[in-house]
Design a protein around this ligand. Structure first.
Ligand SMILES: [Zn+2]
Length: 341
């Protein structure tokens, strides 16, 4: 599998409300692939393909484009930047990282927290743990220079290249650029679909499923298929019953997550389709954390909804890791459902 496009999607910044660079990539990729593309008032990109059956149903797919990130909250008199978090951060994952500050131009910075190096820490210092209000960005520039380029409200994202190791890839924002990639590839592969296909590349999922809710109200779908990542806690220190999903065991079919109980008939339909196509799949039960599926299910008159989830290790960090065979299974399952096969 060529990972060139996935790499571009992963490394391109797009915090909630500032997904424009991702949207441009999707528009470029889907030119001539779908019948129509529109952008709604909130910034959702809705790609449409007419169904071939006599009385087509409306099927809405949704992949959120945004990633967790930060917003510049304050610039102090030495030029250090204080951050406002955007999305669910573990503060331990945000420190000792390189970041990109998207001001008038893109600046490289490092993010650390208010602490001393190990050499000079007291016993008391060693007990402290980072909290999000203690992190700051160092841009390596005098305050005057910083203020020329950076304004309050500018986006900040973790800076990390996507790399392949073995049959896996690791990088930032695989939640949810793997799903953006999946939806693009499924549309390219399926070509003709039985039902009316609305492929939504949604905004602001990480701050509460906002884009998908608005898109689902417009579309009023009969069926909803959200595409997202899920937790793979199949690592040392986690009890097997709490693994959620396992890397390399196939695409996750969501039974429930924090926002959604999947439609049982639809779950069985996807399970049967995965078996028929000989695609590896596994159940996904997540007690906390939502997906666009939760919004689609409840919008307008309601829709039968499921989420297809990609098992992801070290989620919401700069070393998110997925297995390429799971990703392939997810693309093939999505494309097969789109075709109506
Ligand atoms: Zn996500």
């Amino acid at each position: 599998m060529s990972i060139e496009l996935l790499k571009e999607l992963s490394e391109t910044p797009g915090i909630p409300g500032r997904e424009e660079q991702i949207r441009k990539i999707v528009q470029r990729e889907l030119k001539g692939v779908v019948d129509k593309m529109t952008v709604d008032n909130l910034g959702n990109l809705i790609a449409f393909r007419k169904g071939t059956s006599k009385k087509p149903k409306k099927v809405m797919y949704s992949s959120h484009m945004d990633e967790i990130g930060f917003i510049v909250q304050y610039i102090d008199d030495k030029g250090f930047i204080v951050l406002d978090p955007c999305g669910g951060h573990d503060p331990r994952n945000t420190i000792v990282q390189r970041v990109k500050v998207l001001g008038r131009k893109e600046l490289l910075g490092v993010v650390s927290w208010k602490c001393k190096p190990i050499h000079v820490q007291s016993d008391e210092d060693r007990k402290k743990s980072p909290s999000i209000d203690k992190v700051f960005v160092d841009l390596g520039l005098p305050v005057k220079e910083v203020k020329k380029v950076v304004s309050i409200g500018d986006p900040v994202v973790i800076h990390r290249d996507l790399e392949q190791y073995g049959n896996r890839v690791t990088g930032k924002a695989l939640d949810n650029r793997t799903a953006v990639y999946t939806l693009i590839q499924a549309l390219k592969r399926s070509k003709k679909n039985n039902e009316d296909t609305y492929a939504v590349f949604s905004v602001q999922e990480e701050v509460g499923l906002r884009g998908a809710l608005v898109a689902a109200h417009q579309i009023a779908p009969d069926i909803g298929v959200a595409l997202d990542t899920t937790l793979a806690c199949d690592t040392p220190g986690v009890e097997p019953e709490n693994a959620i999903t396992r890397l390399g065991e196939g695409v996750g079919l969501t039974v429930k997550d924090g926002s959604l109980i999947a439609d049982h008939d639809l779950y069985q339909e996807f399970q049967a389709l995965a078996r028929k196509k000989k695609l590896k799949h596994q159940p996904n039960l997540l007690s906390r954390g939502g997906t666009d599926g939760g919004a689609i299910q409840r919008a307008h008159d309601g829709a039968k909804t499921i989420t297809l989830s990609l098992p992801t290790r070290f989620i919401h960090s700069s070393i998110e890791t997925v297995d390429l065979s799971d990703l392939k299974a997810k693309i093939e399952l999505t494309a097969a459902y789109m075709k109506g096969a």
